[in-house]
Design a protein around this ligand. Structure first.
Ligand code: ATP
Ligand code: MG
Ligand code: MG
Length: 373
């Protein structure tokens, strides 16, 4: 059968490989990390640097199509891969999502609403940010940030002055959005132009890291339709082939602002693994392999909780004995604070997610205090 090449061997590669092999493909993973989580689920694993020409060449020649779970491959590397083998999504998509300035510019060109922002290439350009955006604002590194790393919340002039000379330029400054809630939409698009969205998801972060996702989001249907329409517009405009996570804020006024896009399976889509017949990983593989993209058939409402660091791993025993919870561990040997070790999905009958605050609280307490008999 055909071989799908996946660049990156983290948990997203691990779960993509399972989906691909279930569809009858062989999977070849390229990982820069020794002993990657995907080692358990892929037939072939190459350990090598993403900027090593010989490694990339050999990898591209061994597979029929290339996709990735890791976004930070250099444009030179991507160009080399694309000269040898189809790469989905295309390098252009990756280039846009790798750089917050390119990303925000692209979204602006498409008339997609985003928070007010300014480019801050150096310390000198920092002086005019407060007058443009007002306090508070966020400074983010333009590249390589994830899980809220490389972000600085600036509340006043003193904080700014104290930090200015120490910051890792280039940065982007974003007006702080006093959001009512956060949403995401997973959208898939195949080379043939078929598109499909998963139900709009509601996300709660803790310390900059995704903690809990709820699906469907507890928002009016009209707002959910707007969120889907935005995601579809972005997928078309960027020429997506594969799957893309679109993160959004619902502003205090109830309007949508796009935060960022990620052209790969996304942590906020992990609930699909148990609540849909076709999950985000299978939809990703289908899009990349140009298979049909039918309705994923969401049969349940769902809540996903990330298991992060030692604190998260401590919940495993409880999760294992609680009915109605599905445990997913990533096989990471080293458990550090803040590291995503796994996640757990709880299913609810369609329409049964209780109102605001109810679910997360109930889910949290179910995990923390096992029910008495
Ligand atoms: P990810 O792990 O999602 O890739 P990241 O490091 O790229 O994270 P963002 O998604 O930009 O960072 O920000 C992380 C979180 O910080 C957001 O989900 C949101 O909760 C908060 N945040 C980011 N930007 C803003 C903003 N402009 N206003 C208010 N909150 C924000
Ligand atoms: Mg991000
Ligand atoms: Mg984000």
């Amino acid at each position: 059968g055909a071989t799908i090449g996946i660049i990156g061997g983290g948990q997203l590669g691990r779960m993509s490989a399972v989906a691909a092999s279930r569809l009858g493909y062989q999977v070849h993973i390229l990982s820069a990390e020794i002993d990657p989580p995907a080692h358990d689920t892929a037939r072939h694993v190459t350990i090598g640097a993403y900027d090593d020409e010989a490694v990339l060449r050999q990898f591209a020649e061994s597979v029929d199509v290339i996709t990735f779970e890791f976004e930070n491959i250099s444009s030179d590397g991507l160009e080399l891969l694309a000269s040898l083998c189809p790469v989905h999504p295309a390098g252009r998509v990756l280039a846009i999502s790798q750089d917050r300035i390119l990303e925000k510019s692209f979204l602006g060109e498409q008339d997609i609403p985003v928070a007010p922002w300014v480019s801050v290439p150096d310390e000198v350009s920092l002086s005019s940010v407060a007058s443009e955006l007002g306090y508070p604002f966020l400074l983010k590194t333009t590249r390589f940030g994830y899980d809220g790393k490389g972000q600085f919340r600036i509340t006043d002039a003193e904080t700014l002055d104290a930090l200015a000379s120490t910051l890792p330029y280039p940065l982007i400054a974003e007006g702080f959005v006093d959001f009512e809630r956060e949403l995401s939409v997973m959208v898939a698009r195949s080379a043939s132009g078929a598109v499909r969205c998963f139900s709009v998801t509601e996300n709660q972060h803790r310390d900059g890291i995704l903690d809990i996702s709820l699906a469907p989001a507890r928002i009016p249907v009209a707002l959910a339709a707007e969120a889907e329409a935005l995601a579809l517009r972005i997928a078309e405009a960027i020429g997506l082939v594969g799957i893309l996570g679109v993160e959004m804020f619902v502003s205090a006024k109830g309007t949508l602002l796009v935060n960022e896009i990620a052209p790969r399976p996304h942590n906020s889509g992990h609930w699909t693994m148990d609540a849909c017949l076709i999950d985000q990983f299978e939809m990703h593989i289908r899009a990349v392999a140009d298979l049909p993209l039918p309705d994923p058939f969401r049969h349940s409402d769902a809540v996903m909780k990330n298991l992060i660091g030692p604190e998260g791993m401590a919940l495993c025993d409880t999760v294992l004995e609680q009915p109605g919870l599905a445990l997913h561990l990533y096989g990471k040997s080293e458990c550090r604070p803040g590291r995503k070790m796994g996640h757990v999905n709880a299913l609810f009958p369609l329409g049964a997610l209780p109102g605001p605050y109810g679910v997360a609280a109930r889910f949290d307490s179910a995990l923390k205090a096992p029910q008495e008999a």
